[in-house]
Design a protein around this ligand. Sequence first.
Ligand code: SF4
Length: 251
Amino acid sequence: MRSAAGLGEGDALTRTGRSGITGAARSGNADDGARLPSWIAEVGVPAGLSVGTSSLRDDTFTRLTSMSDVARSVAKCTRCALYRTATHSVPGDGNPAADFVCVGEAPGANEDATGHAFVGTAGELLTKILAAINLSREDVFICNVLKHRPPANRDPAPDEVEACRPYLLRQLELVKPKVILTLGAFAAQTLLETKTPIGKLRGQVHLFHGTPLVVTYHPAALLRNPAWRRPTWEDVQLARRLLDSATRSGA
Ligand code: SF4
């Protein structure tokens, strides 16, 4: 299991496709960015960043029409050099039609050895965290930004993220989750296209192509720093409330 990435410094929010978002109570216009749908706004937490248009579409891997297709493609992928040093590809695990998706950073040693995401001690903690909000591993889909392990668990390089990102986008396009939970700074910063520290991204509802995205700490970080358990509990409860609101509203 990889540890969470180091926390980045604040950034200038300059990438295209991203803007601040407003709560439903605020009258929006094009310059304000997206408004939160009422089923998200009723959860009552501040609106964060918004990335992308309301429908996620990436043309790189449209030929991959199922999660099995994605796994097969990842297994023979040479888009970056990580396949050379990895033992197994780790495309992701769980329900391919899940309402709830967890996204971490990259496979670690246990994942590389088994080909499965979030196994080992931190994976067990994630299982307990999900159980605390009445979700089983079979209920959710769990994957990472990178599908092959960086050597010695080093931080992913920008070109590796760029090469691998279309797989994650295709997975999210196929699953169509109601809620995305990012685990650790790296996943949050990658999907939200920001370097804002995780502490400043927490406690808000971000939008990723119209899907609510909640940021929390990586389970491996919780093992090192128990003080982050309470904020993590608050984050996953927020994610659960969003899931319940989506279910109630039929979103
Ligand atoms: S990490 Fe991603 S882009 Fe790199 S070889 Fe593996 S699947 Fe391909």
